[in-house]
Write a protein that binds this ligand. Sequence first.
Ligand SMILES: *Cc1c(COP(=O)(O)O)cnc(C)c1O
Length: 220
Amino acid sequence: MSIIKTNLNQIKSTLPQHVNLVAVSKTKPIEDLQEAYNAGQRIFGENKIQEMTDKWESLPKDIDWHMIGHVQTNKVKYMAPYVGLIHSADRLKLFKEIDKEAEKNNRIIKVLLQIKIAEEDSKFGMQPAEAKQLLDSNSFKENYPNINVVGLMGMASFVDDQDQLTREFSELQKIYDRYKEQHNFTTLSMGMSGDYKLAIAYGSTMVRVGSAIFGERNYN
Ligand SMILES: *Cc1c(COP(=O)(O)O)cnc(C)c1O
């Protein structure tokens, strides 16, 4: 059995039924994605629009492609015809662009509002206070009719400190729980290879796992 299939099965066997697995395949070759596909994986996460589009063109069309990386507004148009979920919607200018491109493609595009929870300040995401203001207002639904905000996404700091990770995950869980009913949220995307078990303990319904499936990435 291939190592990718073994890894996938091992991870899936530990996930509660309500948790979805996004296989983060950024930088990995088509063959690796095909192997994961053959093992039954259908959700793939990428962080560059060009790379995701190239892969979308050459792989089976029933794959659900998730954009998990920082999105430049001028590139939204390339993924608008096919993207399944954008995890990284973190500013109104981007909402506006996604809405416009969704309409052009006669689609409603699903997004997650990315909120900055990491105490280290290198990560993208809307500040929690600003996010709460937006979620309180309800007006973004009227302003962006071709977008469906189905939940929230967050990235914890890249640290081993369990207390810090716990603080960060629980902050996002609190925001999620507060707005879940009002906005019919279904998805809380948090947790990666190193911390997904902890994230699930704090309410994650979607984990984004890369290196634990495909092995370490080589960025050269
Ligand atoms: C790369 C990436 C992941 C996966 O990271 P691993 O540690 O390899 O599991 C998850 N989420 C985002 C936003 C990423 O960019």
